[in-house]
Ligand binder design. Sequence first.
Ligand SMILES: [Zn+2]
Length: 312
Amino acid sequence: MSNRDLLSTLVLARGTLDRAAQFRADQAWQGARRADPTSMVMWVCEAASPMHLSDTSAELILSSANEVDAELTFLGLDADDIAYFAAHVDDHQDARVDPNALWKNLRATGALLSDRDAGIMVTAVAIDNWMRTHRHCPRCGGATRISNAGWSRVCLTDGSDHFPRTDPAVIVLVTDGEDRALLGRQAVWQEGFFSTLAGFVESGESSEAALRREVFEESGVTISTDPADIVYLGSQPWPFPCSLMLGYHAKAIDPTINVDGSEIVEAMWISRAELLAACEKGEVRLPPSISIARKLIERWYGGVLPEAFSRA
Ligand SMILES: [Zn+2]
C-alpha cells in the first residue's frame, strides 16, 4: 500500500526552476534581471497563457524581460542562470505577443507542457489568482502594494505583510475489505462522472482528521483510525484557484454508504473488473489524467487507464 509509483508522475507537480527566493527582496538584482534581454517572461491573464499548441505538445510563448512593461513576479532561475518572470495582464491585448496567439489554461494543456513550462505556469497562475483577490489589507481594508518581487503585498496604511494563500485539501482513495474502491459523484457533475472523495482541511484540523471527517460527511463511510490504514502518497498544486491536493489511500472499517445528498449525490464500491467494464461501456467516466484523483484510481487499479475513459 505504500507504493507511490503512479503518484510520481503528477502533471502539475513538475517544475525545473530554482525559485531563488533569496533574490526576491534584492531590488538591485531584480532590476538588473528585468533589464537583461536574456531574462524571460511568461504571460498570464485569467488563468491562461499564450502558447504554441499541437496535438502532442504545448509550449509557452515567452518574451524578453527588457521588452515588457507590466507587473512581474519573479519565478526563479533555470540551470543556465536564466531568470524567469510572470507578467500579469488584465486583457490578452495587453501582452506583447502575437494578437492571434492561442491563450490556454492548465486544465486544457497541463499534460502537454514541458516540465519547465508546467512548473512556471502553475506558479504564475496560483500567484495571479491570489493577487487578483487580495488587493486590500485583511486587517484594515487599506490598499496594498506588491512587494518581494510579487511574493507578498504590503499594506500602505499599517505596513502589514500578506503572503500568497495555499489552501490544503485532502483527496483519498478508500478501499473496503474486498479491496474495492469508493468513488462518488458530486451534485454538480453529470451522470456517470465519478471520482475519489476530497475536501478542504478546516482550521485547527489535521489532514488525517479532515480525511476521516470528509469521507464520513460525504459518503457515510467510516475510515479506520489506525495510523497504518491512512497512507500519505504525495501532493500536487491545484491552482483552481489556490489548492494543494494531499493524496491518500485509506481503509474503511464501516463501508455502509449513506451519501449527504448535497455535495455527493451518488457513491459506490467498485472492483477493478467492474470499473473496467463500466468505463468500456461508457457508464462511468473518470477524472482527467492531469488530476491526482486519476492517479490515485490508477494506482489502485494497477496501471494507467485509457484516456478515452476520461470525462470530457
Ligand atoms: Zn492594513
